[in-house]
Design a protein around this ligand. Structure first.
Ligand SMILES: Nc1ncnc2c1ncn2[C@@H]1O[C@H](COP(=O)(O)OP(=O)(O)O)[C@@H](O)[C@H]1O
Ligand SMILES: [Mg+2]
Length: 248
């Protein structure tokens, strides 16, 4: 479904992604594991197309030069130069790390804002689905988003991505800053999301432990380069992973 070929991203002369190739099949949950500044967010920004906007913005203000090489194919179509909004139309939706929600609006309003281009009937259907997936949010419908806990905000951010009915959902470090308890609740919700709705998911994470059990396949990246790949089980049993990410 998603095919990334020989992706290279430069910020000026610094190489953030180095000849990265990976693919995601329909219905899969695929993980990208990498330590801080490995290139996870750059990868997500490139797949969602946000990097195109970043590039134009930098060009306008005469800032740093962002260069992207490689090819991204989505459902057989070359989308390398397709703008982020058009990628959303095609079903590629990114839920970013540190969730940009609207703190002054309540939970219900945030969901409506996220789904503003959807038809009323579809919006209602997807809102119900989000509440079914995250029952905690239903009880907080009227609460201002700024007063939610970190975990609740994260659920809302994912809910806002789901409202537009993604085909491919990109989750950039959704577990960042959550307590172990909330991490396992969110991981469970992500797993249910795939089994109930069939949405394909690409998820990045710094810590392998919570996500390896739910991913079908994973890629480990270091300094923008692919170092290891395998099924979730293979990665969990890999001695290097155990040493680096499990402290065994
Ligand atoms: N806008 C930017 N300008 C310059 N360098 C950047 C920019 N964004 C990311 N980088 C660099 O690219 C590398 C990858 O960063 P990032 O994709 O944010 O990693 P991660 O999300 O895995 O922590 C890092 O070395 C980071 O410093
Ligand atoms: Mg990041």
């Amino acid at each position: 479904m998603l095919d990334i070929k020989n992706l290279m991203v430069f910020f000026e002369n610094a190489l953030a992604l180095n000849d990265l190739s990976m693919m995601v099949n329909e219905g899969e949950i695929v993980g990208v594991i990498g330590s801080n500044s490995a290139g996870k967010t750059t990868l997500m920004n490139t797949v969602s197309g946000l990097i195109i906007d970043m590039k134009i913005k930098e060009q306008r203000k005469g800032g740093e030069r962002i260069t992207v090489y490689g090819k991204i194919t989505f459902q057989g179509e070359d989308i390398t130069d397709v703008k982020p909004n058009d990628r959303v139309e095609k079903g590629i939706v990114l839920s970013r790390e540190r969730h940009p929600i609207f703190p002054e609006s309540d939970v219900m309003e945030n969901l409506k804002i996220a789904g503003h281009m959807k038809k009323m009937s579809e919006l209602r259907e997807m809102t119900e689905y989000v509440f079914q997936l995250f029952p905690a949010l239903f009880d907080l419908k009227k609460r201002k988003a700024g007063f939610l806990s970190g975990g609740e905000q994260q659920m809302l951010a994912i809910g806002m991505a789901l409202i537009v009915k993604p085909v491919l959902l990109l989750l950039d470090e959704p577990l960042l800053g959550l307590s172990p308890h909330l991490q396992s609740a969110l991981v469970k919700a992500i797993k249910n999301l795939r089994s109930e709705s069939g949405i394909t998911i690409l998820i990045t994470e710094q810590f392998a432990r919570p996500v390896l059990p739910i991913i079908d396949r994973g890629y480990v990246i270091e300094n923008g380069m692919l170092t290891l790949t395998g099924t979730g089980t293979e990665l969990m049993e890999n001695p290097e992973i155990k040493a680096a990410y499990f402290g065994i």
